[in-house]
Each structure stands twice: as C-alpha cells, then as structure tokens.
Design a protein around this ligand. Structure first.
Ligand SMILES: *Cc1c(COP(=O)(O)O)cnc(C)c1O
Length: 393
C-alpha cells in the first residue's frame, strides 16, 4: 500500500515518546543525547518546565482568534523583539520559509513604493537555503530542491558565497536586495567572515539595496548572541527568524527596519495562523528565558568548551574529521568518512545530530546544555570515530 504519509523524508527507524532537557527517550526504551534539537529548533531543550507551564496556562485560556482582532501577547513579543534587535517592526508567521517569503515580498514592494518597480531582483548565495516554497527554492536553487518544480520564481540571481567582487558584479539596475545566511546551515555550516557581512552591508548601502539576513537557523542565541550578525557589528534591513524562536512551537517572524516595514501596507500581506495567542505566549516565554541576565554568556561559555573539545577530537581522529567549523552552538564536523557512517555510529551509541551538505555533520544542541553534556557527547563521538575506523566499539 502507498504510505499514508507522503514519502518526502528518509526517516531513521526510531520514534520518541518523551523529552527532558537535552535528552530524548525512544519508544523502545533507548535514551539519546539530542545534539540535533529538532534541527536547531528546540532551543531551550525538551519539556522546559517554564515553557510547559506557560503553554498549559495559555492552552486553558485561548488558542487562536485570527489577526482580525488585537492580540496583546503578539504586540508584546513584537515590542520585545524590537527592543532587543535592529528592527522597528515585526510580522509574525509560522515557518522559516514564510518569514523569508515575507522578506522577499518586502524587497519588491519597497522599491515599487519608491517608484522603482523595475527593481525586483534579489541576489542570493550559492549553497543557500531559505525554505521549500516556490520562491524560497528559487532563491536557494539547490538542484535537489528545484528539479522537476520549474518554472522557478523569476528574479533571483546567485553568486558564490563569501565573494564580494562577484556579488558587486551581479548588481544591475533591477537589483532590489541581497540575501545571505550569516552561517549557512543546510549548505554545510559555512560561516561568512565578519568582513564579508560588513561588506554586504556596505555594498547594499552603496547601491541602495535592502540587506536581508536569513537568521532562521543562526538566530535566537544559537551563535552566542541573540542574532549572529551582531558579531559583525552590522544591522540588516530585513531578517527572517524561526527555528529557535518557539523552542519547538511553530513560530516565525520577519523583522524589519521602519523604511522596509512601511512597504507592507494594510491588506498587502497576511497569514491565518501567524502570531496567535498560544504561539505568542510560548514566544514570550522563550524571550523571558533568553533575555535573562547571563543566559547568552552561558551559551557562549559552553560553546567555547564544546569547540575546544571538538578540536581535540578532530586532532585525535584526523582520518575521520577534517575540520570543525561554524559559530557558537552551530557546529559543523566536516567528515573524511561518509557523514552518514559517522552519524550512524553516533546514533547507535546514543547521540543525535543532523547531516548537512558537503559531507558535514551538524551539531545543534539545545542552548541549555552544560559541561556534563559536552563530556557525554565527546565520549560518544570518540567511540563513534574509533568504530568507523574499525577500532574498538
Ligand atoms: C530551516 C531554514 C529555513 C526554512 O524554515 P522552514 O521552517 O522549514 O520553512 C529557511 N532558512 C534557513 C537558514 C533555515 O535553516
């Protein structure tokens, strides 16, 4: 019989019934240390007691009303995101792709409103990932994502990631915006240099383009700052946020400076589920935790420890791990063996992680991990490396 769920994923043969901080318990009794966090989503770990309390309380009161009415919790989360970022205004939605769609629509409408409807093209980077809608696959243009889905959405021009000269050469009178991820996630944990990010800002200013950053994966504390671009000391005009924002609840947002946000006039954009009371209660609870004094400092400290230990591991197993790269708790292990082999060996020993392009393994642990979890992960990684080399267990 054809599967009742469309066969779009290659799933591991395991299901989970309970989560606790950085741990997942499988239905067959096995326990796993979760360094994938649902692909960088469960930012505060599983079943965080405070988030559970807030969600249960809100669930008993009110879930959804639609954006036909005022939603005080949405207003409050918007104001808090504005306070803690470059942005003046926020549009709430449900998925990363939807946040990026909003960003691309803002780019077009911004220039349209300025009397330049001919400026509609967006420059994107090779290896980028912005989602799976038609516009976002057209932006990312990965062969495996676009094949068979043409014709693609018009208006995306791709240049090599990290090369400012090629980017500048690609700018025409029709260019509206530049979009980039501060650290490419699905693309294989490729960090942009801080100089490149500053160069993007400079180039956008020079040509009157909007700078859009996709911080769907890098955002919400993942790199040790609330948003990764803060490391470069720059501000985008527009930014997509999602994964970590709801710590497992589907919440996304498109943040923008006033000049860009003004493009979205009443009735010009919308979404049914975005920013509903239940989602916003959880989003505010996540913000409560992440903006607590010392939270991001602790992320930074545990990330540094994990990095040091991983460097040691790579040094010890050069036949298995070629490079450790990334930022904060968004770490890529570039493998010399097939990444799936090492992932399987980790899985068998109780450590979950996520594959990425170019034979990379992504470590994206919840931001609440501590030294003991780093130690546990490294012990497993060490044994997994031995195993793929055919030594030990
Ligand atoms: C995951 C991701 C997206 C897409 O988010 P969805 O919620 O799957 O639509 C977009 N951009 C980046 C950088 C991502 O990592």
């Amino acid at each position: 019989m054809f599967p009742a769920v469309m066969p779009t994923y290659a799933r591991a043969n395991v299901a989970f019934e309970k989560g606790e901080g950085p741990y997942l318990h499988a239905t067959d009794g096995r326990r796993f240390l979760d360094f994938g966090a649902g692909i960088a989503v469960v930012s505060l770990g599983h079943a965080h007691p405070y988030l559970v309390k807030v969600l249960q309380k809100q669930a008993a009161k009110l879930w959804h009303t639609s954006n036909l009415y005022e939603i005080p919790e949405q207003q409050r989360l918007g104001e808090r995101l504005v306070k803690h970022t470059f942005a003046d205004s926020v549009f709430f939605c449900t998925t990363g792709a939807e946040a990026m769609e909003c960003a691309f629509k803002i780019a077009r409408k911004y220039h349209y409103e300025a009397g330049h409807p001919e400026k509609y093209r967006v420059i994107t980077c090779q290896g980028a990932f912005h989602g799976r809608t038609l516009a976002t696959i057209s932006a990312g243009r990965q062969a495996k994502h676009v094949t068979g889905f043409g014709p693609l959405v018009e208006g995306f021009d791709q240049v090599p990631f990290g090369n400012l000269n090629e980017l500048r050469n690609a700018i025409t009178d029709e260019t509206a915006a530049i979009v980039a991820e501060p650290v490419q996630g699905e693309g294989g944990i490729n960090p942009a240099s801080l100089d490149y990010l500053r160069g993007l800002r400079q180039t956008a200013d020079e040509y009157g383009l909007l700078l859009i950053l996709d911080e769907v994966q890098t955002g919400m504390g993942r790199t040790g700052k609330l948003f990764a671009h803060e490391w470069a000391g720059i501000e985008p005009d527009v930014m997509g946020v999602a994964k970590g924002l709801g710590s497992g609840f589907a919440i996304a947002a498109c943040l923008a400076k006033e000049h860009a946000a003004r493009a979205l006039t009443p009735g010009s954009h919308g979404t049914t589920f975005g920013g509903n009371p239940l989602a916003m209660a959880v989003g505010n609870a996540v913000m409560d935790v992440m903006t607590e004094d010392g939270f991001l400092d602790r992320v930074d400290a545990v990330a540094e420890l994990l990095w040091r230990r991983l460097q040691g591991l790579a040094h010890f197993h050069p036949e298995v791990i070629e490079e450790v790269r990334g930022a904060g708790l968004m770490i890529g292990l570039k493998c010399k063996v097939p990444n799936t082999e090492l992932l399987d060996a980790m899985f068998e020993r109780g450590l979950l992680a996520v594959p990425a392009a170019n034979n990379v393994i992504r470590l994206l642990p919840p931001l609440i991990i501590e030294e003991i979890h780093v130690n546990e992960a490294l012990a497993i990684l060490d044994r997994a490396c031995m195993a793929v080399k055919g030594e030990g267990s």
